[in-house]
Design a protein around this ligand. Structure first.
Ligand code: TXA
Ligand code: MG
Length: 336
């Protein structure tokens, strides 16, 4: 993949990792902009995790066809555990490996302010406390959870320098905070602690052996297909059971029945007694940010009113529309 031309790369600010650069990066993030920043593993593409539109623009910038769940980054374990529920294993692992290259998947607290889209609509959330001092200073300055996948275009390898980030994302994000090369260079280990036994979802910076020494046997090895399924990404069955509405879903609705609630995109179809609009202006970024929240709200409100189905207006199949349609198709897939 050739580097992006200099004039496009220059549209993204390169910030020096000094107090002024960190303060600027934090204010961009708090304002809803995207800022890539170095961690000890790889550079992350950061967004305010509590801002659904900012999180949606992460998927747009990366060109991701699916809403993979993102890791939320925190300044310390207390900040992370205020938003997810730690069990004993999580407490022990956090004490041993945080800050550091370990990500724990735990149940969201009901009060968790992280946008549903950041967790791809799942009831769990992946949390991590990075060790890099610049990342830590940035997280303190932002004072909100920061969602950050690796800062590369979808399908490219993860970046470990600011220059790598600019090659892939220059011109697509507000800034990159240059804290030098990442020293771990592979992503964090992702460990699912939501079930009765820990499961290794992704090997990474902390070894499985080191984890097992603390918490006993960890489910592994996980073949790639099964790992995807465990994460609820490619397996419609698993995914649907996580977030599909309880009501049946009908796609590409061009008219609306008396017993249907409407998930609208653009000017709503006439005749709906109950509707939720993903984006009146047909803005795909806004629609992505509102998708999971809208499905949940509509499902509950429609059930309360005795409606029997959710009809969904067509969403264009380009840009973030691909990811939106991927999720809608899973929601509409026949239930097991
Ligand atoms: O080292 C890292 O982890 C880097 C730096 C920036 O922190 N981040 C990173 O993020 O690699 P990303 O988005 O490229 O990878 C996130 C991984 C994916 O494998 C995703 O499926 C998994 O974490 N994941 C996130 N949330 C999850 C959840 N709620 N349940 C299961 N897996 C989850
Ligand atoms: Mg990645």
């Amino acid at each position: 993949m050739p580097a992006r031309p200099a004039y496009i790369r220059a549209m993204t600010d390169t910030l020096t990792a000094d107090p002024a650069g960190i303060a600027r990066a934090a204010s961009l993030l708090r304002g809803g902009d995207l800022v890539a920043f170095g961690t000890e593993t790889v550079y992350g593409l950061g967004a305010d995790a509590t801002n659904g539109a900012a999180v949606a623009s992460v998927f747009a910038a990366k060109g991701r066809p699916h809403f993979n769940p993102l890791i939320c980054h925190y300044r310390d374990a207390d900040a992370a555990f205020a938003q997810v529920e730690p069990n004993a294993a999580a407490q022990r692992l956090a004490a041993a490996f945080w800050p550091g290259p370990l990500t724990l998947v735990l149940p969201r607290r009901v009060t968790c302010p992280v946008a549903l889209l950041a967790g791809a609509g799942l009831d769990s959330l992946a949390v991590r406390v990075p060790a890099h001092p610049v990342a830590n200073a940035l997280l303190r300055a932002v004072d909100r959870p920061v969602a950050a996948p690796s800062a590369n275009r979808s399908g490219q390898v993860s970046p470990t320098t600011a220059a790598h980030v600019l090659d892939g994302l220059g011109g697509r994000i507000a800034a990159v905070l240059d804290s030098g090369p990442s020293d771990v260079g592979v992503e964090s280990t992702v460990l699912d602690l939501t079930g009765p036994r820990a499961v290794l979802l992704r090997p990474g910076g902390v070894t499985a052996e080191a984890i097992e020494a603390l918490v006993g046997h960890v489910g592994r090895p996980i073949p790639p297909a099964a790992a995807e399924a465990a994460r609820g990404l490619r397996s419609p069955g698993l995914l649907v059971s996580h977030y599909a509405p309880s009501l049946p879903v009908r796609l590409n609705a061009a008219s609306i029945g008396l017993d249907e609630a409407l998930l609208a995109f653009g000017p709503p179809l006439p005749g709906a007694v109950l509707a939720y609009n993903l984006s009146l202006q047909r803005d795909l970024t806004e629609a992505a940010a509102r998708l999971f929240a809208g499905l949940r709200w509509l499902d509950q409100a429609a059930t309360q009113r005795g409606l029997s189905r959710i009809a969904v207006m067509a969403v264009p199949d380009h840009g973030l529309g691909l990811a939106i349609n991927d999720r809608l198709q899973r929601a509409a897939a026949p239930r097991a």
